[in-house]
Design a protein around this ligand. Sequence first.
Ligand code: ZN
Length: 269
Amino acid sequence: MRVLIVGVGGLGCPAALALHGAHALTLVDHDVVERSNLHRQVLYGPEDLGRPKAEVAARKLPGATALQEKVTAENAPELFRAHDVVLDGTDGATTKLMLSDAAVQTGVPLVYGGVLKEQGQAMVIRPGGPCLRCLFEGATEGPTCAQAGVLGTVAGVVGFKQAELCVSLAAGLHTFDGKSLKWRAVEVRRAADCPSCPASVDITREVCPMTYVRVKLALEKLEKGRLLEVWLKGEEPLKNVPQSAREEGHQVLDLTPHGDRSRLLLKVG
Ligand SMILES: [Zn+2]
């Protein structure tokens, strides 16, 4: 499996250690190692201070690829598409929401992780939702872990959990309490008013020409610029539905297989 780890810090270091050897890792980080990182960013030692994190981490995990760059809304879709799963090891709500949007757009699963003081959480964001905006849109930007402080061991536990979720892709929001040392899994749903999640229509059981009719009806309900996700199956709809959508002026953003189904992402034109 090709795994992209965005941010090789408190979450990314343990996750990379857990996944290394069994999976092809790409480690992307634009930061350098600082003294305050050392207690929880377990791939680095005092001799690495001032050096690029991605490069140092890749040297310690032979076979891993280092990318020393910042992941932005512009380069994220291409990076996502070159991997099977993406692990969020970043700090700060804005970047996390941007990564969640890239997962929605590309259909490549993202394993989100977050820690604050002695609390941690992790969740897989995949086609069909929910995404991170379903849960946190409108919430005020909280402090980053660099500002609020984080218990190093909690970051380690959450990073390992994220590594496990990369493989299992288990559903739900997984929360960890560093006082009781207990994990809980909570069921989460798509928010009806989520600004990121596309509207969804499932035509896997339909036969042509119902496939066209159902997609057309779904598109007519949406304003220009909104997204529609179509789940399809079978040779004819797979070929013809995207083609007819294009001919009617809609944009095909993504068409990827997910098990025995395929997901077509359309932007209403
Ligand atoms: Zn959403």
